[in-house]
Design a protein around this ligand. Structure first.
Ligand SMILES: Cc1cc2nc3c(=O)[nH]c(=O)nc-3n(C[C@H](O)[C@H](O)[C@H](O)COP(=O)(O)OP(=O)(O)OC[C@H]3O[C@@H](n4cnc5c(N)ncnc54)[C@H](O)[C@@H]3O)c2cc1C
Length: 384
């Protein structure tokens, strides 16, 4: 079975995450609080520094192994959404940062001294049409002055640094619309409350996410990542890893839901028989499990290509789509299997149901993936 490989790695992650039980997650969810103890424990155990190269103090895991870490967090009933940014946002520095940025940031992230788990790309008026984003960064001597607005900027209140994508050359002046955008490293400890105003967004999931207003934020030129104008390429470079890791979280959710549903179906007696004896209950759980297993295989395929340095854009997107669909199917089946009890918070199902629903929309919505496959894999005409 897919979920039994990497036994030592899985056991190591489980030792940390199983300490955070159902009661912990219910309390955090009810209080709409950030799972600080959980994120700290994972950081201290080194799991969130998995993708930082050993030369910079990380453990230099492959993406395959990192995906197993994410899977195990969600499989144990936790929510990686609170910490996955810490695992992949810094990838932009690893791939495109200057030596100074790498030396300065990566060891401190690996040691857990600083958090960089926030990335501000999405804007309220442009959404998925990223190249039209309106936040501007204008160079003034040795600094950039940034103005604009972002939305859904997650984990910002629990980060020391954030990556921000802004336009450095007006859209009308670039040859390709994907050019003229740049990525900046923003020191949130200096900016929040001064040039960045944060408005938290209360949302369906207990996810710390915000709308932010940026007013004359000054960023030193040395905080630009890579070359000016190539920022979108740098962000896109990181998306394959992000998609695969999110797919792994969905797979963890999928196993959690099918485990929970099958256990309940075996023990819940109605009409003098376990409900799981009825094929109307048994088959949907079995089908959901089959789909989680299939999605997991596509995840491993995407990881294998990523780790071998082969372009895995199609596989990363497909694994994210299959995994998000499989976990959502499993969530529905698990809720249905539990009947009315599925709605009670103490069973954790309604919380996990809300959490896994997010992955149909973020970090990339299903339609955008289908559009990618339709256009780039099947060669059909561009729709946007
Ligand atoms: C809880 C949460 C956390 C998030 N965290 C972050 C974060 O940390 N950083 C960040 O930058 N962003 C973040 N996001 C934003 C997320 O990436 C976007 O919500 C997502 O990319 C979709 O963009 P949108 O919401 O603007 O939808 P829109 O672009 O407005 O689209 C709305 C719907 O229309 C569909 N659609 C749009 N155009 C087309 C088309 N041409 N063909 C077919 N369908 C189309 C979309 O697929 C979507 O279903 C987060 C979102 C949420 C909800």
């Amino acid at each position: 079975m897919n979920q039994q490989n990497f036994p030592e790695l899985r056991e190591g992650v489980r030792q940390v995450v199983t300490a955070f039980d159902s009661r912990y997650w219910q309390e955090v969810d009810e209080a709409r609080a950030f799972p600080e103890k959980f994120v700290t424990a994972l950081t201290e155990a080194g799991w969130l520094a998995g993708l930082i190269p050993e030369a910079y103090g990380g453990s230099g895991l492959s993406l395959t192994e990192a995906s197993v870490v994410m899977e195990e967090i969600n499989r144990a009933g936790g929510n990686s959404g609170a910490c996955h940014g810490q695992m992949y946002v810094m990838g932009c520095i690893v791939r495109h940062g200057s030596d100074k940025q790498k030396q300065d940031l990566l060891p401190r992230i690996a040691r857990g001294e600083i958090r960089m788990q926030s990335m501000a790309v999405t804007e309220p008026s442009t959404g998925s049409d990223t190249t039209k984003l309106k936040t501007t960064a204008v160079r003034k001597g040795d600094r950039y002055v940034i103005n604009g607005q972002k939305v859904w900027t997650s984990r910002l209140q629990h980060s020391d640094y954030m990556l921000l994508l802004a336009r450095t050359t007006p859209l009308a002046e670039v040859k390709k619309k994907s050019e003229g955008l740049s990525v900046f490293l923003v020191d949130l400890r200096e900016a929040v409350g001064k040039s960045i105003t944060v408005r938290p967004i209360r949302n369906m999931v207990n996810h710390e996410t915000n709308e932010i207003f940026i007013d004359n934020l000054e960023v030193p030129v040395e905080n630009r990542i890579g070359e000016e104008g190539k920022g979108l390429k740098y962000i896109l470079d990181g998306l394959n890893a992000e998609r695969i890791l999110i797919a792994a979280e969905c797979i963890g959710d999928g196993y959690w839901f099918t485990d929970k549903a099958s256990a309940y179906a075996k023990e819940r007696m109605v009409f003098d028989r376990p409900i799981g004896q009825n094929q109307g209950i048994q088959f949907p759980i079995a089908r959901a499990f089959v789909n989680v297993e299939a999605a997991s295989l596509m995840r491993y395929r995407a990881c294998e290509m990523f780790d071998a340095g082969i372009n895995c854009g199609a596989e990363a997107n497909m694994s994210k789509l299959l995994a998000a669909d499989a976990s959502w199917e499993a969530a529905n089946v698990c809720l249905q299997t539990h009947g009315g009890f599925g709605f009670a918070a103490e069973y954790d199902i309604e919380r996990k149901f809300r959490e896994t629903r997010l992955y149909q929309v973020a970090p990339i919505s299903t339609n955008m993936i289908l559009s990618y496959v339709g256009e780039h894999v099947l060669g059909m005409p561009r729709s946007y």
